[in-house]
Design a protein around this ligand. Structure first.
Ligand SMILES: Nc1ncnc2c1ncn2[C@@H]1O[C@H](COP(=O)(O)OP(=O)(O)OP(=O)(O)O)[C@@H](O)[C@H]1O
Length: 473
């Protein structure tokens, strides 16, 4: 489960850590020695009653006590266990740890364990965290990362987000292959996203998590959260356990992530990370959901397999794929609120209404004007679509803007669906002075009305794009 939870767990009743004695019988299983512990569970080696130790039938018994917990906490433990069981049964895969059985302890003689939930799982050899302390060569690292991608791709295809991917939850099976484990925070997707309690392990949470609003159903979670965590894990695998966002404390590491997501620092990778994996991790660590979305576990796997097969799958040029997505990141960082631009607000001569188009399907049906789905308007369509070149005001899919002309030879932009265009529309900036204009790439426009050609913007501020008054959020 989570580090946040673990912090609290540490202050709970000391009975929390009461061990199950060796030889104790749990249903039809015998408890052997403890092999691991997390925030909410102790994991023991185990075997079927009657079986000899090490006869190949070894299991792991994950014991999750509920006694002494506040009702809400006990409910969370029960829900987490339930998710592990449901996911274990419905999404079986060689890269996911197998859940064999689940039961509840009745131990009146040990009140602190009475009511504990026990998950019986296939036993792994060790966790990736333990391996990170040893030297992992590139071939071994590649095998591990491939296994993680396979597990994630299957989870995402099956409609789940892992929600707590980290080296502790990547197990290495007795056959040496990866098994993802600990599905206590897995989130079942409904369409493109799901909701979870606002928890996770600090060092592996994507930057957007800190901005998500906490609603009745929890915080919004998407598969891109796992992709971010994967980026951190890839770095750790090839950099002897070092994380890309350093810092002595969780708070400083979180601050490093925020600075990066707000474009105040660049992503710094350890030089030990080989080039191919560096590129992969960089894509996983794209600073916002929109920029990360094209890098699904499935596509990352294709790239890995393409490389393994000796035919390097060409990456789309960074400028083409990332820039439009960066615009979405930029506006997230801008911190300016936006409200719908009502049609009729700006009747103006010589303009035509155009509607904003966001190629990301999940952003098209959202009425909540989620920040992750916002798009930026460029100041200059001939300059790179970077934070310095985007006005603070954001627009969303379906917004109606007034456009007065169309430029045909601006900077080429490619959207998430791979449509490319050098055309840009000059639009009025919503809620700003009527003379304030900015530029929307044609790939971000739903309808393409006939409009006069814009005079080519000159670089020395002679063109009609100059923002003359401060923006009013
Ligand atoms: N099936 C298994 N086989 C071998 N070891 C295991 C197995 N499952 C868990 N472990 C070990 O026990 C540790 C804790 O397990 P797990 O992460 O599931 O517990 P948790 O309380 O949910 O943890 P956390 O708070 O870290 O999320 C793991 O990091 C791993 O070292």
């Amino acid at each position: 489960m989570t580090r946040m939870m673990r912090d609290r767990a540490a202050s709970w009743d000391s009975d929390w850590s009461e061990p199950l004695p060796r030889g104790y019988r749990v249903g039809s299983w015998i408890v052997d020695e403890p092999i691991g512990a997390g925030g909410w569970a102790t994991v023991y080696a185990g075997r079927p009653a009657g079986a000899e130790r090490d006869d190949g039938t070894a299991v792991a018994l994950k014991v999750m006590p509920t006694a002494g917990l506040a009702p809400r906490q006990a409910r969370r433990v029960a829900e987490a266990a339930h998710r592990e069981v449901v996911l274990g049964r419905t999404a079986r895969h060689p890269r996911l740890v197998g859940v064999l059985d689940s039961l509840v302890l009745h131990t009146p003689d040990r009140p602190s364990l009475d009511g504990a939930i026990v998950l019986v799982m296939e036993r792994a050899r060790c966790s990736l965290r333990e391996l990170l302390g040893t030297r992992i060569d590139e071939a071994e690292g590649a095998r591990i990362v491939t296994g993680i991608c396979e597990g994630l791709a299957h989870l995402h295809r099956s409609g789940w987000v892992h929600g707590d991917l980290k080296p502790e939850n990547v197990l290495i099976g007795r056959d040496g292959e990866v098994r993802l484990s600990d599905f206590g925070f897995a989130v079942e997707l409904s369409g493109t996203h799901g909701y979870s309690a606002p928890m996770g392990t600090l060092g592996y949470l994507p930057p957007e998590r800190w901005k998500e609003r906490l609603g009745e159903r929890g915080v919004l979670v998407r598969p891109t959260a796992d992709i971010w965590a994967l980026g951190i894990v890839i770095h750790e695998v090839f950099a002897a356990g070092a994380a890309p966002f350093g810092g002595a404390t969780p708070a400083t590491r979180k601050a490093a992530v925020q600075e990066y997501a707000e474009w105040r620092t660049a992503l710094r990778m350890d030089p030990a990370v080989p080039e191919f994996w560096r590129a992969l991790a960089t894509d996983c660590l794209a600073p916002c959901h929109a920029a990360r979305a094209p890098h699904t576990a499935e596509r990352l796997l294709e790239r890995i397999r393409g490389r393994d097969a000796g035919r390097v799958t060409p990456r789309r040029p960074r400028l083409r794929i990332v820039l439009p997505a960066l615009a979405a990141c930029v506006v997230v960082a801008g911190g300016t609120a936006l409200w719908p631009y009502a049609e009729g607000d700006w009747p103006s001569e010589g303009t035509t209404r155009i509607r904003v188009f966001n190629a990301e399907p999940e952003c098209q049906n959202r009425a909540d004007r989620d920040r992750q789905c916002s798009l930026g308007l460029a100041i200059d369509p001939l300059l790179p679509y970077t934070p310095e070149n985007v006005v603070p005001t954001r627009v969303w899919h379906g917004d109606v803007l007034d456009a007065d002309c169309r430029l045909t030879d601006g900077l080429p932009i490619v959207d998430e669906a791979n449509f490319r265009s050098t055309a840009w529309f000059r639009v009025r900036v919503p809620r700003a002075d009527p003379t304030d204009t900015a530029w929307l790439p044609a790939v971000r426009v739903m309808d393409h009305p006939e409009l006069p050609r814009c005079t080519h913007p000159a670089r020395q501020g002679l063109y009609g794009v100059v923002i003359t008054t401060p923006y009013r959020p």
